[in-house]
Design a protein around this ligand. Sequence first.
Ligand code: ZN
Length: 278
Amino acid sequence: MPESLAELRRDLAVAYRMVANEGILDAFGHISVRNPNNPQRYFLSRSRAPSLVQAGDILEYDLDSNPIVPPKERPYSERVIHGEIFKARPDVNAVCHHHAPSIMPFAISGAPLLPVFHLGASMGLSAPVWDSRDEFGDTNLLVVKPEEGASLARALGAASIVVMRRHGATVVGGSLRELVFRTIYSAKNAEHQLAAHVLGNVSPLTAGETQMAFEIHRAPGPLARAYEYWVRRLAEREGRSKNDPMLRAAEAAARLPAPAKPASAKAKSGAKKKSRGR
Ligand SMILES: [Zn+2]
């Protein structure tokens, strides 16, 4: 967990660049995080392509998406997506809105996005679909009015991702790391579901499988392991040294102690030694 707001701003900027580096965000899309010291506020970059975002670009907003300090530079026009979701979902501490190529066929066709593999279960059982036409008729598709953001938040309901017809998707998480994991793996899930559809016989996870795999993939171990991997890939792209603080922090966080053995296993220790790593 970040120790200060300065660290949180750095983590948020890294999340932008990391998710962009994985092909989910391009010139557009954005990520926000709730202020842990004041849940009525959140952080979001100024209007900038995600792969370029730095800590100094991060602005703070109230939940009506008004800036706390008048910004010198243009904010994202779609920031109400974040504010209205934070308002409606006290359990959500991070939000990503994107137009990932793998999600777009689902957003365009309205075909249901379903968890089709274990890591894809991080998206939850299903993805509700929001269609701006239902309440607002013809628009320019951007979610810029508070009532549009509130409508999207209602469609999201208690889910982890909402597909936005002819636009993209919005993903939520309890923490920035959980959000990054869910954003990347729900996009991979969409890619795999579409590829499997070509072969036919798409068999999604059962509700029970989804629930169990969903829980595993929000535990600190898998989140830290994946985060270290994505940070390393970003650091390579950005030409950072191996001693870069961003990399070293991610490496340290992913170096977890071995799980304590239950008493019965201790008695038998030595009989069978097998790595628990996956
Ligand atoms: Zn958008």
